[in-house]
Every structure is written in C-alpha cells, then in structure tokens.
Design a protein around this ligand. Structure first.
Ligand code: NAD
Ligand SMILES: O=C(O)C(=O)C[C@@H](O)[C@H](O)[C@H](O)COP(=O)(O)O
Length: 546
C-alpha cells in the first residue's frame, strides 16, 4: 500500500444482492484469521436504524452519501476483509475510492454468483429496499443488467462461484488474495501481469478480454487435465475453443508442428481479434507464443505455464520460438504475452525430475541478480530436492516455491523491461546458456534445458575464474549449490570441437567471435565477456568433464 502506517483492507468484496458477499467474506476472514466488516452492518450501527428504515425516512441519495463516506474511511483505516452492499459500487464517489485503493495495490473482488441462485437468496433474506415494490425477480434482473458491466470493470479480481458451496467460494477468494503479482512494464510493448498462486488460471477470461471470439488452446498431452480446466473456463466465458495438442517437449518446437497449427487456424477461421492460450512446460509456451507472434503478424496470447521452469522463466518476457537443425531457438520473435497465469495447483502433477530441472533457472536468477534466491535455495535444498507434487499443495514448501517463483519472475521482469530485444542487459538472463544450449543440441534434446543450464553455469564460472573475474570459492559454490538441489554439474557427452562449433551459432556471438556472460567479482555482478582467449574456453570445457 502507498502510505506507510495506514491500514487498508486486504480485499474488498463486491457483487450483486444475494451473491454471498457477507457469508463468503466471513468464511474467508476465519480461514485467514483476519477481521471482517460488512458495509451495511457498519452503516446500521452508524445511523442507529436498519437500512430499510433509513431508506424510507431519508431516501436513496442520502443513504448513498452515508455509504460512500463510510467506505472511503474504511478503505483508509481497516486492515481486514471488507464487503460492500450490492449497489455501493454504482456511486461515482465509491468508484473513485475503489480506483485509488486498487492503485495502492488493493484487490477489489467481484464475487460472480449464478444469477438464479443469487436472485433466490436475495428474495429469501428480505430487508432489501432495492427489491421492494413489485416483481422482486424482475427488479433483481434489471439491477443485474445495470450493475454487472460496472462491477466487471471496476474489479481487478473476478471470482465465479457458480455451483460452489460458501466454503469452496471462500477458498477461491482466499487463493486470489494470497496470489502474488509481478507487473512487467515494457517500453515498446503493452504492460502485463504475471499472476502466481493457486487459482491463478481463473483470471484467464478477464485477461483475454472480450475481443477474441475463438481461442486456440495449445498444449501437450501430459498436461491434459490442466488444459481441460482452461477449456472449461474459456467455454464458460463464451469463447469458441479449438483444442490443439502438440507433441511433447522439444518435439513440439519445430517448424512442422508450427505449420500444422497454422493450417488449423486457417481452416477454423482465426482472425486478428482471436487469441492463443498456451498451457504446459516451456516448450509448449514457446511454441504457443511463436504461433501468436506469427499468425496474421501477431495476435493476443496468454501463457499458463505448468512446469516450474516455464513459470519462472519461459512464459514471461516474450522470447518465442522454435528449434531448427542448426540449433536451439534460432527462429523466433520477441512478442510479449497479454499476461501469464502461473497456477500453483498445476504443480501437483509435475514429476520430481522436471521440478528439479526448473531449479536450474531459479539458481541462475540468484547468481545474476537476487542473492536472496541463493540463500533460500541453500536453506531449503533438501526439501526442494525431495519435491513430490502429490503432497505439495498446502505445505510450507509451497510458500517457499511461490517465493522463489515470484523472485525469479521479478529478476526476469527487471531485465526484460529495460531491454526487451536483448541489446545488452537482457543477455545476463542467458547466464550458462552458451554451453547449456550446446549440450542440449549435442544430446539431441534428450537432456532437459534446466539441467544443461546448470552445467553451463559451472562452465561460465570456470571460464570467469580462469580469466581472473571470480575466485575458486565461487566456482566451488556453484557446484555445491547446484548438486545439493539434484542438478548436474558436469558433462562428458562430446568433443570440444563440436561444442565450440555450436557455441559459435549462439545468438550472443558476433561474427566469428564468441560472447559469454559471466560473473565479475561475485553473485549479482555481471559482465559481458567478448572473444575470450581460445585456451581458456577449452580449459573451462575440460573442467566440466568431471
Ligand atoms: N522463452 C524463454 O524465455 C524461455 C526461457 C527458459 C526456457 N525456455 C524453453 O523452455 C523449454 C523448457 O521448459 P520445461 O522445462 O518446462 O520443459 P518442457 O516444456 O519440455 O516440459 C517438460 C515436461 O514436463 C511436462 N509437464 C509440464 N508441466 C507439467 C505438469 N504440471 N504436470 C505434468 N507434466 C508436466 C511436459 O509436458 C514435458 O513432458 C525449453 O524449450 C527452453 O528452451 C524458454
Ligand atoms: O529471457 C531471456 O532473455 C533468456 O535468456 C532466458 C533463458 O533462460 C531462456 O532459456 C531463453 O529461452 C534463452 O533464449 P535464447 O535467446 O538464448 O535462445
């Protein structure tokens, strides 16, 4: 929040009469151990009479004035959960107050109940002056038609509660409150948010907006259950969904696969206003982004990463692309997503080895920028290494992983925001990748990307040490930290000459000169290393072979 010392609500709940704002709000406050206030109850205390009595004595305009004054005060002095009366957000003064609250980091949650259920509940409760005077259902429906578009616009979090018990709805709201959000501001492209948390995928429809009619849902088979959820959310929101299954992992990042998807989009009439959603690991989100970047020269896309590596790295930053016979990611485009939804529940099905691989890119961000990441990895290495998706959700390890994801995405956002097209600063995100990509290519992509990057970082550290940029202790620290996480630190799969030829095709190379990024003095201090001496390049290679 903007002003230090002043308390602000953790969340404000808005919604139609009968949506369950008070019931769900109380449940959430109990689950989170936070105080709860209901604006209508507070008003009744303040004016010393019931709301129907106040309405009949003073009329609606006077009531709305009392209401908006109370809301403004509560937004600037109460640190719990705050539910507003059904009509409150229609008052311009309250809309302004809510906009200020959101600007300061607040969450306005629109609780979207099934209209039929909400209407029934509203009628059952009684004491609702806005429904007095005739057919209550028709009045409710008229109000809904006026209010729904306004609520939809002013809320920054949308929670659909159709078919949910109050407890289920409360859990959804709690997940949204606990969500972490990283804003990626890019000078030459639209800003977007990376949302991290259980239930992040629920933002899919609001993130896509109302322009697309058709959505190409691109995913791999191992994440079918997560793409099924995305499809259900998209269909509920009224989109026409084309389910496009691509080959798994690197086999999906080819021009043949891309061509197959382009043919589907053509046959199914995808236009410029339609959109792509990528669900899966980094390979799937790279391919989905590439399709979005190239179809009609660029359509909207949202990534829903499901592997740790895709959450912390691949899904954000707009590097989209495919592999070719010449090497890894050699064809592609910088094309930013409309948003990224890192839904932590998807990690429940992630195999241990793929989780560990993702830690390679997490450690990279620690080495290049945020040393707190290194401390967290050191402190939790044994638990992280033992990651078991089936028992992961709801454990203290989930908070540790969420913290690592947020920190790593922040590192990525910092580099990408300043240098989208990789003129210099962004290259630091490529730490360990010059050798890493060569290993992947030499291994015909059977080595996982994060594992190859781990070895590549040891290589870069050895090279920096040989040239006097870092001391031996830091090289040893690379090995010990990465090994403690279960990551490889050596590679023996090919000749130096073959690796060197591949490193010359790395995108950082200039002409026939190699270009690496290395540490200079310690973690967080990066430099470019242009055209290093050939004997050091070879000696560092020898040192990663055992
Ligand atoms: N664009 C970028 O900035 C960027 C950054 C880093 C990496 N990458 C790319 O990302 C790729 C590596 O990503 P990756 O490590 O996610 O590998 P991947 O995409 O190959 O996924 C690994 C495996 O895990 C499966 N999987 C993913 N999520 C799952 C889940 N929740 N449950 C069960 N199975 C699941 C996948 O289907 C696949 O079989 C590489 O192609 C790399 O080049 C891109
Ligand atoms: O976002 C970046 O920039 C990166 O370099 C992130 C890397 O971790 C990632 O593996 C990326 O795909 C590498 O890109 P490339 O340009 O070296 O192919």
């Amino acid at each position: 929040m903007s002003d230090a010392g002043t308390q602000h609500p953790v969340a404000v709940i808005i919604g139609m009469m009968g949506a369950g704002k008070t019931r769900v709000g109380r449940e959430v406050s109990q689950m989170m151990g936070l105080p709860f206030k209901d604006a209508d109850i507070e008003i009744e205390h303040e004016v010393g009479m019931t709301i129907p009595e106040y309405f009949s004595q003073y009329g609606e305009p006077a009531f709305r004035q009392v209401e908006s004054d109370l809301i403004r005060r509560t937004l600037d002095g109460f640190g719990g959960l705050f539910a507003l009366g059904g009509g409150a957000p229609m008052t311009p003064a309250t809309q302004d107050a809510l906009a200020d609250y959101i600007d300061g980091g607040g969450r306005v949650i629109y609780l979207q109940a099934d209209p039929k259920e909400a209407m029934e509940r509203a009628n059952r409760g009684g004491g609702r002056p806005m429904l007095d005077g005739g057919d209550a259902d028709a009045r409710w429906m008229r109000l809904y038609e006026q209010r729904d578009p306004v609520f939809d616009r002013i809320a920054n979090v949308h929670v659909r509660t159709h078919g949910s018990t109050p407890q289920m709805a409360a859990r959804k709201v709690m997940n949204m409150i606990e969500e972490r959000v990283v804003h990626v501001g890019v000078v030459s492209a639209d800003d977007y948010n990376v949302r991290i948390g259980e239930g992040a995928m629920n933002h899919l429809a609001p993130m896509l907006g109302d322009k697309p009619a058709r959505i190409a849902l691109i995913h791999t088979q191992p994440v079918q259950r997560h793409s099924d959820r995305a499809r259900a959310l998209l269909r509920q929101a009224g989109y026409e969904v084309s389910d496009i299954v691509i080959p798994d992992a690197e086999a999906g990042k080819t021009v043949t696969v891309a061509n197959g998807v382009w043919e589907r989009l053509g046959a199914e009439g995808f236009t410029r206003s339609d959109a792509v959603v990528g669900v899966g690991g980094g390979a799937a989100t790279d391919l989905a982004g590439f399709i979005a970047a190239t179809w009609m020269r660029g359509i909207r896309y949202v990534n829903c990463p499901t592997s740790l590596l895709a959450m912390v790295d691949a899904s954000t930053g707009g590097k989209t692309g495919i592999n070719t016979a010449a090497g890894k990611n050699l064809v592609g485009s910088f094309y930013t997503p409309a948003g990224v939804l890192a839904d932590m529940t998807t990690l429940a099905s992630l195999p241990n080895d793929i989780f560990i691989e993702g830690l390679g890119e997490v450690a990279k961000s620690g080495f290049i920028s945020d040393t707190e990441i290194l401390r967290i990895l050191e402190g939790h290495a044994a638990e992280l290494r033992a990651f078991d998706g089936a028992s992961f959700l709801g454990t203290p390890l989930e908070d540790v992983v969420a913290e690592l994801i947020e920190r790593t995405v922040r590192v990525k956002a910092k580099h990408v925001s300043a240098d989208l097209k990789e003129a210099g600063l962004r290259e630091f995100l490529n730490y360990g990748h010059t050798m890493g990509h060569a290993i992947e290519k030499m291994e015909h992509f059977r080595w996982r990307h994060g594992n190859a990057v781990a070895v590549g970082m040891v290589y870069a550290a050895e090279l920096a040490c040989l040239l006097g940029h870092i001391d031996r202790d830091l090289v040893d620290y690379h090995r010990s930290l990465l090994a403690s996480l279960g990551l490889p630190t050596s590679w023996n799969g090919g000749s130096f000459d073959d690796v060197l030829a591949i490193m010359h095709r790395d995108k950082k190379a200039r002409g026939n000169k190699l270009r690496f990024v290395v540490l200079d003095g310690g973690p967080g201090r990066m430099m470019h290393l242009d055209d290093p001496p050939a004997d050091a390049v070879e000696e560092a290679f020898r040192r990663i072979q055992h």
